[in-house]
Structure formats: C-alpha cells, structure tokens
Design a protein around this ligand. Structure first.
Ligand code: MN
Length: 295
C-alpha cells in the first residue's frame, strides 16, 4: 500500500489479523478500504482528540476478531464515510462494489444515536425495528453496528453525562440482548459490563471491588483446579483443553441481588469462577461429564 504518512493506530494490527484468516486478494480489499477511510476522515477528530479514523479501524478489528469476511471488514472501515464525510453510495459502489456498499448503507440507516425528542421506550422500539430490518437484509450490517457500539462504549468517558446514559441504556436494552441472540458472546459480555458501569456506577464499583479483593485467592484456586482437571482427563485418556474464566461483572451483580433478596451474602456465592473444557467429539463431551461427576 502506498501511504505517504505513517499508518494510524491499529491499522497494522488490523491488516495482520485479516491476513491471518483471509486470502491475499481479500486482504487487498481491506487495505483499499483502509486507505480510503484514512483519506476521507483526514483532519477529523474524535471527542478524545484522537484522529477520527482510529474509530473505524477499531470497529474493523472487532469484526476481524470474529473472523468476518472481507466485505464486512471493508464496510466497518467505511461505516461513517457516508454520514460524516459526504461520500456517496455511487462513489463507494464504483470503488468497492455493490456488496460493500449495501453494508455501509445498511449501517448508515441505523442511526448512531436515538432521537432525543423520543422517550426511552419509543427510541428503543425504533432502534430495534431498524435492527431487525437490517438483520433480515444482511446480518453483517448488525455485526458492524454492534462492533461500532462496542467501541463507542469503550470510549464513552469522553461524552457528556446525558449522552452516556442514553447510549448505555440503549446498549443494555438492545445491543447486548441482540449480541446474545446472535451468539456473539465476546460482544455481549463487554457491552453489558460497560453499560452496567454507566447505568449503575455505584453498584458497578461495589461489585468490581468485591471481586478484586478476593481475586488473587480465587485465581490461585481456579488455577489449581484447572491443572487437576487436566491431569484427571489425561489419565482417563480424553483429549481435552481446559480453560478457566471469571464471571463477568454484570452477571455477578445480578446474582448478588438474588442472594440479597434471599438474605444470603456474597461469601456464599460459589460460582464466580468457571472451568471450560473443550473436546473434539460429542462422545468426549459426555465422557468429561462422567469423569467430573466421579470426582
Ligand atoms: Mn461509528
């Protein structure tokens, strides 16, 4: 690629990630979209003061994490060019073809922000309606919009309180459940935790500090369990990969609430941790279950 200036943050990583699973001619399409986005967003900045193009690049990287196809990555890079740069559909079509153009148009139609003259229910219903229409047309549009929202939520500290609340509410009501329905768990967990942080800051910080205060203890424990289970499975001749995870904050908060309603305390909460076992076959899945129950 011939770019006279150094590449913006994340651009190199995006191309490397795309090259990790796409053939060279497809990566080339992503490169062209990158170049175009850099050129069109030239001189624009985000609220944080960073160059604007950092945002579409971050959105494209989120799509690359999901191994989306090249037109989706290109559309992610171009998703704000119609709205913010005055680029026309015809220009996009002649440069990137009809597929990418339809995706960018679709993403543009779902407005970034709810209309502030509407109340919350009206705005939610309207966004949801647009999301379903987009999904029916091409689910890749919804993936781009979810990635767009996730990056905006990650950088929400730069907006005013009113906007923060509106975006966080819409994220919790619409984007997170949609991500969950589509099975995009990486997005769902992070969207929920970020929205939770702005909607219920006190509760969020309380849960975060409770979780943090016992983190090292819990981490030692889960790591020991992880090793033990891996040994047991190996001894049983099952080929498996064992990983552990710590529950995300929103689900811990919900659970704390349920416990409080029942008069129980955080100390009694047992499943802040989870082990995950990956196996190759369904039969092995049941074998693992049997082995775990024996122990
Ligand atoms: Mn955007």
């Amino acid at each position: 690629m011939v770019v006279s200036k150094p590449l913006p943050a994340g651009a190199r990583e995006l191309l490397e990630e795309a090259a990790g699973y796409l053939p060279p001619d497809r990566v080339e399409q992503v490169e062209r979209a990158l170049e175009f986005a850099v050129e069109k967003h030239e001189g624009q900045t985000r609220r944080s003061g960073e160059p604007y193009v950092i945002h579409p690049i971050a959105v494209a990287r989120l799509c690359a994490e999901l191994h989306m196809d090249a037109p989706t990555l290109a559309a992610a890079l171009l998703h704000d060019t119609i709205e913010d740069c005055g680029v026309t559909s015809d220009q996009l079509r002649s440069k990137f073809g009809p597929d990418v153009t339809l995706l960018v148009e679709g993403a543009t139609k779902i407005e970034q922000m709810p209309d502030r003259t509407m109340d919350v229910e009206q705005a939610d219903a309207e966004t949801l309606r647009k999301m379903f229409l987009a999904m029916a047309e091409d689910v890749r549009v919804v993936i781009v919009k979810m990635a767009d929202r996730l990056h905006n939520m990650r950088t929400l500290e730069h907006l005013g309180t009113g906007r923060q609340q509106a975006l966080a509410r819409e994220t919790m009501d619409i984007y997170a459940p949609l991500a969950s329905r589509l099975g995009v768990w990486q997005f769902k967990w992070e969207l929920e935790d970020l929205a939770f942080r702005y909607l219920e800051p006190e509760m969020y910080h309380r849960v975060a500090s409770m979780v943090a205060s016992r983190r090292s203890e819990r981490e030692r424990y889960i790591r020991a369990l992880e090793g033990e289970l891996a040994e047991i499975l190996a001894a049983a001749g099952i080929k498996a990969e064992v990983t552990s995870r710590v529950k995300h904050l929103k689900s811990i908060a919900e659970k704390m609430q349920r416990y409080a309603d029942q008069g129980r305390s955080f100390d009694q909460m047992r499943d802040l941790l989870a082990l995950r076992v990956f196996v190759d076959t369904i039969a092995d899945c049941y074998n693992v279950l049997g082995v775990v129950h024996q122990h």
